[in-house]
Design a protein around this ligand. Structure first.
Ligand SMILES: Cc1cc2nc3c(=O)[nH]c(=O)nc-3n(C[C@H](O)[C@H](O)[C@H](O)COP(=O)(O)OP(=O)(O)OC[C@H]3O[C@@H](n4cnc5c(N)ncnc54)[C@H](O)[C@@H]3O)c2cc1C
Length: 305
């Protein structure tokens, strides 16, 4: 009889697919970051799209691990139909590096402070105990799919001045974006991290200034919001008065294509912080919708289901 792992690798090619993996290494990068390297048969097909390619980590269900994990086309609705204890929790992360020849994928995960069990979701709970040999599922882009995979949200037009900003959850995406920008790119990147020791060397083009903002106990966004607002004020963009209100749950405004413009803004952070920045930059300063991506990466005090 085919095992769960074999069944998953035998499904037809889809843009995003399930990859059974094992933890190959866990390495502390800084006080708030751990790099997890996953390895597995099949990862030679994991697409290396760069930039802010997002993907899913699927964790073992509390009651039964991966035993009841559905594998069909409709796996997500089937998963959600299971009793809660049998559902594998799913969380979104950024691909930090792909090494197809070695069948490896890296992800940089934030070890955030948790004051109680409510503050500790399945990803953090798993990360605290993560060790070589642990089994997990990745849902990521399959290189054998010939069309677009989706899940890359950075679409800066060529030649535009760029403003990239985020908190620690966006650092892996910002690091990858900066690495993949053309060497002629120009602009600024702001990264708000829990403490100064979380700043790390980033491979950015010469004309992209990287600014680290260490919170050192201040609330999320306290440093990021004024710094990014000031930088946005100094940018030259065609002003619009078109602005749609969005509800608090839905901070995800991403233009799907790079409209030609002289300025481009990409912001990902805690949802309330992104909401504030989107309001200032889109409504008050008038940045056109096509020139900015605003993404809530997590919600303070709320699990991301
Ligand atoms: C497109 C995208 C890409 C992302 N990439 C990355 C990445 O590469 N690395 C990364 O570490 N995160 C990344 N995130 C954020 C990550 O998905 C969330 O932090 C997620 O909520 C963590 O899941 P959890 O199970 O630990 O907590 P949940 O079950 O979602 O939440 C439980 C509690 O933990 C709190 N919480 C969750 N995350 C944080 C945090 N970072 N700081 C403080 N409190 C928190 C919640 O407010 C809640 O109270 C990304 C999110 C998106 C949408």
């Amino acid at each position: 009889m085919a095992t769960q792992t074999e069944a998953l690798t035998e499904t037809p090619v889809r843009p995003f697919d399930l990859f059974p993996v094992e933890v190959a290494a866990v390495r502390r990068l800084s006080p708030s970051f751990v790099r997890v390297t996953f390895a597995g048969e099949g990862l030679e097909h994991f697409a290396d799209n760069g930039y802010d390619q997002r993907f899913k980590l699927i964790f073992p269900a509390p009651a039964c691990g991966f035993d009841k994990m559905p594998t069909s086309e409709r796996w997500y609705s089937e998963l959600r139909a299971l009793p809660e204890e049998e559902q594998c929790p799913v969380r979104t992360y950024t691909v930090r590096a792909v090494r197809p020849a070695l069948r490896e994928v890296d992800v940089d995960m934030v070890v955030h402070e948790a004051h109680g069990e409510d503050d500790c979701g399945p990803a953090l709970r798993w990360l605290r105990e993560a060790a070589a040999g642990d089994r997990l599922l990745l849902l990521g882009p399959d290189a054998r799919w010939e069309g677009p995979h989706g899940g890359v949200d950075f679409h800066a037009p060529e030649g535009a001045e760029i403003l990239v900003a985020g908190d620690e959850t966006a650092l892996p995406a910002i690091a990858a974006i900066l690495e993949d920008l053309p060497i002629t790119a120009r602009g600024k990147a702001f990264v708000e991290v829990p403490e100064a020791a979380d700043a790390m060397a980033l491979d950015a083009p010469e004309d992209v200034e990287v600014v680290w903002l260490a919170r050192e106990g201040a609330p999320w966004g306290e440093l990021l919001v004024p710094a990014v607002t000031e930088a946005a004020r100094g940018m030259d963009f065609a002003v619009t008065d078109q602005f749609d209100e969005v509800d608090d749950e839905m901070i995800w405004e991403v233009p799907q294509e790079a409209a030609q413009s002289d300025a481009y803004v990409w912001i990902a952070a805690e949802t309330g912080v992104v909401k504030t920045l989107r309001f200032t930059i889109r409504k008050e300063l008038g940045l056109p919708k096509e020139s900015g991506a605003f993404m809530g990466y997590w919600r303070n005090g709320r699990a991301w289901d």
